[in-house]
Design a protein around this ligand. Structure first.
Ligand code: SF4
Ligand code: MG
Length: 335
């Protein structure tokens, strides 16, 4: 049973004047049909670079895939040419971004923009494309879509624009939707509505969703599977249940401790002190070493291998070793 998406030991460098920035340093994960996978981490951890590499959206140069592979439906797509990629992008795999205003064309009617993808990828008449665009807008919760088709992006609210983006992304019935911080620019109520919509569309259309976020609250709401990224590597990954109820990596504990909803009345909101390492010269050992309150001698020089903490739950931390001292976790658990 081949996974829908399989990323193996992916490495992405940026060749800059200052030197080689190792933005992604060996990332591996898989995604199945209809699955919602979240990649979580602070800005600069490589989560967006990883996602954009799938569709070759990082400008090359300076970006360069320096190792590993990406398979989609069993086919290696990491060495696809731009031309080959254009057949897949928007059709088999599509992407939405944080700010819909930058991806929508302000001078074009919304309907024409939704129809564009259909006309580009599917061999249908303009009338048929229009029909599908109207249906899709209705499906993403835009009422009176026939009239809305004739309006311009500025006539839509932020939440409605994100719905339009989702309609554009899904109108060719892709197998995968990549969503990079899709709700970050929206207020909390609208954010929840968009996440609900995405789950609803996954259920109706079977679209797998790769969501990129810094927000563990979003992860809790939507994800089936979670990968925690730090300094270009995945430090822990597992099912959403494993990550929230059986987290094992000190960085994951830090992220969980920073969810306001969990600790609003206990006053235990603890930010993670310090900054991530410079990826021009990444540390050879555990990248979290200088921020970790549990760090041991072995951590400084040796990158921890994957330890299994549960089914499909991998942790790159030396605390998981049988030889490590037992510690009291700084994470008190999700209540
Ligand atoms: Fe901390 Fe060591 Fe685990 Fe890294 S490997 S997170 S430094 S205990
Ligand atoms: Mg980003």
């Amino acid at each position: 049973n081949t996974p829908l998406l399989e990323i193996k030991d992916l490495k992405v460098n940026f060749n800059t004047y200052a030197g080689v920035v190792q933005a992604v340093r060996g990332v591996s994960f898989t995604m199945d049909r209809g699955e919602i996978v979240a990649i979580v981490g602070e800005s600069g951890c490589g989560k967006s670079v990883t996602a954009q590499t799938i569709l070759k959206l990082n400008p090359s140069p300076p970006a360069e895939i320096s190792g590993g592979s990406i398979h989609f439906n069993g086919q290696c797509i990491s060495d696809y040419s731009e031309k080959q990629m254009r057949k897949i992008a928007g059709n088999q795999i599509s992407m939405i971004f944080q700010d819909p205003m930058t991806s929508l064309n302000p001078t074009k009617r919304v309907g024409a923009q939704v129809m564009e993808g259909i006309l580009k990828h599917q061999n249908v008449s303009k009338d048929e494309a229009r029909k599908r665009a109207v249906e899709m807008l209705r499906l993403v919760g835009i009422s009176n879509p026939e009239n809305r088709m004739r309006q311009y992006p500025h006539e839509f609210s932020g939440g409605m624009r994100q719905r339009v983006m989702i309609a554009m992304a899904l109108v060719c019935d892709p197998k995968i939707l990549i969503a990079d911080e899709p709700t970050t620019a929206l207020d909390v109520t609208i954010q929840a509505q968009i996440l609900d919509l995405m789950m609803d569309l996954r259920d109706k259309l079977g679209t797998a969703i790769l969501i990129i976020t810094h927000d563990m609250g979003v992860v809790a709401d939507i994800a089936d599977k979670v990968a925690i990224m730090y300094a270009g590597v995945i430090v822990e990954q597992g099912s959403v249940q494993e990550i929230f109820y059986n987290p094992q990596h000190p960085y994951t504990w830090g992220l969980l401790n920073s969810i306001p909803e969990l600790y609003a009345d206990s006053g235990r909101l603890v930010p993670i002190v310090g900054t991530p390492p410079d990826l021009l010269a990444p540390p050879e050992g555990c990248p979290f070493w200088d921020r970790c309150q549990y760090s041991m001698k072995v951590c400084e020089k040796h990158f921890p291998p994957a330890f299994e903490a549960g089914e499909g739950h991998d942790v790159h931390c030396w605390l998981m070793s049988e030889m490590a001292p037992k510690v009291e976790k700084s994470f008190k658990g999700v209540q």
